[in-house]
Design a protein around this ligand. Structure first.
Ligand code: HEM
Length: 492
């Protein structure tokens, strides 16, 4: 009897919603795998959502409708379908999914990444592009990328001297963090005790942002997310990051007061520029700064991590890249932009890395109105997930898709602009990534230097081809295990 009562209590809201309020379901919906009452298809997801979706899609096709609780989620997993939905209807698909915890973490959508499509988002995005991410600005941060790369090379050099292995994952994290912090905030923040707390909080943010929590999708089960500590973790990270961002903002305000704004005029950085704009409030400033960290650090370090993983696993590609870099740079120490411009194989290696290991494996969208595409009726407010990871490995788009073969990008017109949906690591259209130039400039200079100055092998005589490629769940796909390698300086 008590069990029956509990069951009725649990199922009642779902039954009411399904049979009382839902009289007019759209006519022709995409195929859906069978779902359970209340939780929908949530039980079919795993921590690595992109992989779970690929598995479900193998049975139900490249376009399917799942339900996260009662939330309809359209999943698209082929280049052709993605083009028909997103390319032809970019405006309808230009909102972003959000949950109560992402809203809380991202200052109630006052940022860019999950801001609702509209005037505010347009203004914030154009500030990011003009003041931080344009080709001109990215060019002006060249000295930062070079200094940070030199610092990394010094650390690797020190490991060579002591004969010890180096944790490249950690070095890439620090490098990306330092580049973004120096470019946007004017100084590094990743070191020391407070730096460690800040980077730990950022890592936790990346984990929390993709957690598919039942309480987010079945509101009357939100007590589960309270009891299992999820909401507590969200609150703790929010407070820690807020404390950090407050400190950054205060530091810039007091610097401005001390020196007088005129003195600073030629020495402004991104935070100073945001502070001068009276139409952006304090929360908006913190939200946009958090976006730069959330959008720019982990994605770039994950690209470096996977590029080095694949180069170590694939000695032929590594030797080809080393030969290219060394022929162009010869025995000069500094690698110039001019050198990088000539490195066609390097560019192909980066593209191939992003095809196989797109850091953002799922592009998220929300429909702004009812729409019919490919004969399917999609309701307004449907979440849309485009599985770029699965598309990057789809045999319909790629020959031998599981193979790391940078040559496929040589003499090819495929670029990062997101025009061809078989390769969209930076997304597409209005909501596409504004940070491509900064990301690629950072990745190129690091990889070229690592190939120019060192030979690489795995510790304890492990075979290169045995290096694992296990992924860690999170908003950006990282290696599960840190990339530990043994460097030897070239010429020894
Ligand atoms: C390899 C590095 C990077 C990758 C792979 C990457 C990928 C992406 C992807 C896939 C999106 C979503 C696009 C869509 O939904 O169509 C995105 C959005 C975004 N990225 Fe990046 N990104 C990278 C680096 C950066 C950097 C360096 C920054 C800035 C410092 C940045 C800032 C942003 C912002 C602000 C958005 C939101 C754009 C909007 O909603 O309008 N990203 N990125």
């Amino acid at each position: 009897m008590p069990i029956l009562l509990i069951l009725i209590t649990l199922l009642l809201p779902w039954l009411i919603k399904k049979y009382v309020f839902n009289h007019n379901p759209p006519k022709n919906q995409p195929p859906s795998p069978p779902k359970l009452p209340v939780i929908g298809n949530l039980h079919q997801l795993s921590a690595l959502i992109h992989r779970a979706l690929q598995t479900i899609g193998a049975k139900h096709g490249p376009v399917m409708l799942l339900h996260f609780g009662s939330k309809p989620v359209l999943v698209i997993q082929s280049a052709d379908a993605a083009a028909q939905f997103l390319k032809d209807h970019d405006l309808v698909f230009s909102d972003k999914p959000h949950t109560s915890s992402t809203r809380r973490l991202m200052h109630y959508r006052k940022d860019v990444i999950i801001a609702p499509y509209g005037e505010y988002w347009r203004k914030m995005k154009s500030i990011c592009v003009l003041q931080l991410l344009s080709n001109k600005r990215v060019g002006s941060f060249k000295f930062i990328r070079e200094e940070e790369t030199d610092l990394m090379l010094e650390k690797i050099g020190a490991c060579c001297l002591s004969g010890s292995a180096v944790d490249l994952s950690q070095l890439f994290d620090l490098h990306s963090n330092n580049v973004i912090c120096r470019a946007s905030f004017g100084r590094r923040f990743g070191e020391g005790e407070s730096g460690r707390r800040f980077t730990k909080a950022l890592r936790e943010l990346f984990q929390l942002m993709t957690n598919v929590e039942i309480g987010e999708f079945v509101p009357w089960l939100s007590w589960i997310s309270r009891v299992n500590g999820f909401y507590g973790r969200v609150e703790k990270v929010r407070e820690e990051l807020d404390e950090f961002l407050e400190m950054v903002v205060e530091e810039h305000i007091s610097k401005g007061l001390e020196s007088g704004s005129d003195v600073n005029k030629n020495n402004e950085n991104f935070v100073d520029i945001l502070l001068k704009d009276s139409s952006i409030d304090r929360d908006g400033i913190k939200a946009i700064l958090l976006d730069m960290l959330a959008g720019g650090t982990d994605t770039t370090s994950s690209t470096l991590e996977w590029a080095m993983t694949e180069l170590i696993r694939n000695p032929t590609a590594r030797m080809k890249l080393q030969t290219e870099v060394r022929e162009i740079v010869q025995d000069r120490h500094v690698i110039t932009d001019d050198d990088l411009g000539k490195m066609q194989y390097l560019k192909a290696v980066i593209k191939e890395t992003l095809r196989l290991h797109a850091p953002v494996s799922l592009l998220g969208r929300v429909t702004r109105e009812d729409i019919t595409v490919m004969g399917y009726d999609i309701s307004a407010n449907t979440w849309v997930l485009v599985n770029t990871w699965a598309i990057g490995r789809d045999p319909a788009s790629w020959d031998q898709p599981e193979m790391f073969h940078p040559e496929r990008f040589l003499n090819s017109s495929l670029d990062f602009k997101g025009l061809d949906f078989k390769f969209v690591p930076f997304g597409h259209g209005r909501r596409g990534c504004p940070g491509i130039a900064l990301a690629i400039a950072s990745v190129e200079v690091v990889l070229a230097n690592l190939m120019h100055k060192f030979e690489w092998k795995l510790p304890m005589g492990a075979k290169c081809e045995d290096l694992d490629v296990m992924e860690q769940p999170g908003v950006n796909l990282h290696r599960k295990n840190p990339l530990i390698v043994v460097p030897t300086p070239i010429g020894t």
